[in-house]
Write a protein that binds this ligand. Sequence first.
Ligand SMILES: [Fe+2]
Ligand SMILES: [Fe+2]
Length: 193
Amino acid sequence: MKEAISILKSEHRSISAILYALKELARMAHDATVRPRFQVLRSMLRYIDEYPEKLHHPKENEHLFARLVARALETRLLVEELQAEHEEGARLIRELERALLFMEEGWPVGAREFQQAVEAYAEFHWKHMRKEEQQLLPLAERHLTAEDWKAIDAAFAANRDPIAGMQERDFEKLFARIVALAPDPVGLGERWA
Ligand SMILES: [Fe+2]
Ligand SMILES: [Fe+2]
């Protein structure tokens, strides 16, 4: 498998793991009988905001998508759809942050709204990643040249955020923190009663 494709798929797996955990915690926050610890929910939203939104999607836009459209114009509609979804995702994450703040101030008021916002966001993001893996990647494998892949592989492996200079390892730390904070059975933290 091409290096960039395996990186892209493994990033999708990390994003999926966070989405799954976030859904589970949103459900638990709704059912909890004592005030949930909100720190872990904030860390999860930060992960989504800074990882898929600021690193993963720009890499796709600037390297994979741009080269694919240049090689095969007929892929333009699909690429534009995916790019529009990247923008929609950025808007939805702001809504999630607002819903979390609202829940944090008034819990248990706002717990249902937050849970619904999380469900909608996770569904949206899963659909997006499936579209990339099932529709876009086969087209990329068909149309891109060895030279394209070399450039894309290098860009995907470097994984730098051009704005903040953030790198992969920062996210490993954040990921580890989420696992430590998330309550049993989602993570290793103390159970919310
Ligand atoms: Fe994407
Ligand atoms: Fe993606």
